[in-house]
Design a protein around this ligand. Structure first.
Ligand SMILES: [Cu+2]
Length: 210
């Protein structure tokens, strides 16, 4: 494959196939690393959905205990992440944050939109927001790294999409992952979608949510 194959590759660099094609050419022709890096950067900039703030496991059974691991895949451009605030959606009950070394964690407790009962006790108040804040600049999450922030809670009894709005703070500014589609669960076309949990209409094994 000669220069013609190379220009064809750049011409259709939008698709993953082109990247594979390019890597194949690279292996065959040993192209300079500069062009390789440029192409990787191009492909990366076209697949933002792979980054954002998303849930590690995006689906869970209704009315069951669920470990929500929020994956932070990048900073605010080149800036590190210094804090992460998660709004607990109505119906996601008994939310508990997992402490994180190097970060302080705080919760905002208030009246619930939908009170619930657990073990014969009625709950009208609950955790509405969870915030992790880096204890110092050295604890902030560098933009080139990824990390997870974990919350445990009980999924709603009703199936359907559940959106967790997340604000990612950096030294200068923030990324607000708060966009929710008018209906359905597709984040297509959304620039900064909230983190999606697909609550499924299946009986969890045991069916006893704590
Ligand atoms: Cu992203």
């Amino acid at each position: 494959m000669g220069p013609l194959g190379l220009s064809n590759t750049f011409g259709c660099a939008l698709c993953a196939f082109a990247l594979l094609h390019f890597l194949k050419i690279l292996a065959m022709n040993k192209l300079c690393s500069l062009g390789f890096v440029a192409t990787l950067a191009l492909v990366a900039s076209q697949t933002p959905a792979l980054a954002h703030v998303v849930l590690q496991d995006g689906a869970a059974a209704a009315n069951t205990s669920y470990r929500a691991a929020f994956r932070v895949g990048h900073g605010c451009d080149a800036e590190p992440t210094t804090a992460l605030r998660i709004t607990i959606p109505a119906g996601f009950n008994a939310a508990q944050p997992m402490p994180k070394a190097g970060w302080t964690v705080s919760t905002k407790v208030g009246p619930l939109a939908t009170p619930y009962e657990s073990h014969g006790k009625k709950y009208t108040e609950g955790v509405l927001e969870i915030t992790w804040t880096a204890k110092g600049a050295e604890n902030a999450l560098p933009a080139a790294y990824y990390d997870e922030f974990v919350v445990r809670g009980t999924t709603p009894a009703k199936a359907g999409p559940l959106w967790f709005k997340v604000v990612q703070s950096c030294p200068k500014g923030s990324n607000d992952w708060v966009e929710v589609p008018a209906s359905g669960s597709s984040t297509k076309g959304l620039k900064s979608p909230a983190a999606l949990l697909d609550v499924l209409d299946v009986q969890a094994a045991g069916g006893h949510a704590h």
